[in-house]
Write a protein that binds this ligand. Structure first.
Ligand code: ATP
Ligand code: MN
Length: 153
């Protein structure tokens, strides 16, 4: 049923709650774990020029290299844990609109389950669901397991 599980992460502790669930399922099903971090260029476009945002979308970070480093650290946290359990793991960093690229990655890589947090970096204050999770649920037809970040609080 589940051969490739995608864990989208923004590197936050609230996103981390999904990882335990993803890894447990991956172990049970012998699934490959894919970790994806999307550098959110919409939120960056407030502070960066359009040209710089375009370059980042193409993977040319220039003086924003630390953004990529942070992203790679977040995906490596997931894949390191997967590999410790003996699971095959793939990590990927891209830049654009998070929910669009999550859906695109899932389609392109034959993902059969997406496991993500109810909330992310902005935290669990008001909304029932973070906007990336809500938009992913609306746009993809692949099953999504949403792990409620409020459960442990
Ligand atoms: P909002 O962003 O709407 O202000 P939030 O940050 O609390 O609120 P989301 O961004 O929707 O909530 O985060 C929910 C989940 O979506 C995270 O736990 C993570 O799994 C995934 N996610 C969020 N941002 C990204 C991203 N940039 N790249 C990959 N996955 C992400
Ligand atoms: Mn967010």
């Amino acid at each position: 049923m589940y051969e490739r599980i995608l864990v989208p992460t923004d590197g936050s502790d609230t996103a981390e709650v999904a990882v335990d669930h993803a890894l447990d399922l991956a172990e049970k099903y012998g699934a490959e774990v894919h970790a994806l971090y999307v550098v959110d260029t919409d939120s960056m476009s407030l502070s960066l020029g359009a040209e710089q945002v375009d370059r980042i979308r193409q993977g040319q970070y220039g003086e924003m290299e630390e953004v990529r480093t942070r992203a790679e650290k977040a995906t490596a946290t997931v894949t390191d844990r997967a590999e410790e359990l003996g699971l095959d793991a793939v990590e990927h960093v891209s830049a654009g609109r998070p929910h669009s690229l999550i859906e695109e990655y899932a389609d392109d890589n034959d993902i059969d389950l997406i496991v993500m947090g109810s909330h992310g970096r902005a935290g669990i204050r008001r909304t029932l669901l973070g906007s990336v999770t809500e938009r992913t649920l609306r746009s993809t037809t692949i099953p999504v397991l949403v792990v409620d970040a409020r459960a442990g609080t």
